[in-house]
Design a protein around this ligand. Sequence first.
Ligand SMILES: O=C(O)CCC(=O)C(=O)O
Length: 357
Amino acid sequence: MASPCDWPEPVVRVQSVSESGSSTIPDRYIKPPSDRPSPNLSPPDINIPLIDLAGLTDGDLAVREATMKEISAACREWGFFQVVNHGLRAELVDRAREIWREFFHESMEVKQRYANSPKTYEGYGSRLGLQKGAILDWSDYYFLHYLPSSLKDHNKWPHQPSSLREVVEEYSKEIVRLGNVLLKVFSKNLGLRHDYLQNAFGGEDIGACLRVNFYPKCPQPDLTLGLSSHSDPGGITFLLPDENVCGLQVCRGQQWITVRPVPHGIIVNIGDQIQVISNAIYKSVEHRVVVNPNKERVSLAYFYNPKSDLLIQPAPELITPETPSLYPSMTFDEYRLFIRTRGPQGKSQVESLKSQK
Ligand SMILES: O=C(O)CCC(=O)C(=O)O
C-alpha cells in the first residue's frame, strides 16, 4: 500500500494524453462494459427541475410559496435542480469558468507547480483514490479550500492567470451566501426552525471547497467516463457547468438523465449530509460525467459542507415511530474516513451507513 503522501503510480495528465493526438485511449481509462455510457438511452425531453430563485423574494406571497414548494419537490424527488436569478452576476459566473479554462491552458510547467498529493488533494490532480491499477477517469482537476479560513492558503491557489485569486474570492463569497439562503429554505421546507440546518452545519464555521474539473476531448468517449458515478459526501454542491457542452448525467430510477444547462444557471444537488439530517426525506443522488470527442469541458463543483468535527445525525423532529432514525451519528470527518477506507464504490455510499446503526 502506498503512503498517503504519494500516488501509487506515476501521475499522467489526461490533458497530455488527449493532446498526444492518439485515436485510442490507454487501457487504464477503459471502464468495464457495465459502467460505460450508453448515450442513446437518455430521454431527450427530460431535464432536472429549473427553478427561478427570484420567486423567493417576490412581493407576492403566492409566488414565494410556489417557489418554496418547487424546491421541496426537487429535493425530495430529484436531489438535483438548476437555479437562475440566484444573485450571482452573469459576468462573474462566466469569468469564474473562463479563468479556470485559461488556467488549464497554461503550460504544463506552470500547472505542475501546483501538482497535488493524496494527503490533502489540494492543487492540480489527475486521479482520485489510491488503489494501484485502478481504472481512472478521463479528467484532470484543481482542488482548493475556501472555508474554514484556517485551511485557506492563497499560495496553494494558482497565481496565473493573474486575476484568478480575486475572481475565486468573489465567486466563493457569493456561493457561500447562496448556500446560507438554501439552508434556510430547506429547513423551513422540512418543517424545522429556519436556522436548524445552519446551526447543524456549525453556524458561520461551515466548510467550503472547490473542485474545478477539466475534461479534455476524448477520442473514444463510449469506453470511458469523465467522472465515475458517485454521490457527493458533503452538504450541498453548487455546480457551474460548461454552458456549451453537456456531460453531467443524473441517475433517476434505472435511467441516466443528461442535464441540459441553461445560460448562467447553477446546478444544486443535495449531498449525503443533508440526506442524513433529513432522515432520507431529501436524496443525495448518484451522478457521473460523460466526455466528448470534439469538445473539452470545464465545470466548477463547489462543496458547501458542515464543520468537520460536529456530529451529524437525523433531526430528532423528523423521527417518528413510522419514520425511525436511519443513520448513526457521525462527524463529517469520520464520514470522509469511512468513505476513503471503503474506497470508491461507483455508487452512493450513504446507504451503507444504515448497516452501521
Ligand atoms: O462536471 C460535472 O458536471 C460534475 C462534477 C461532479 O460531479 C463533481 O465534481 O463531484
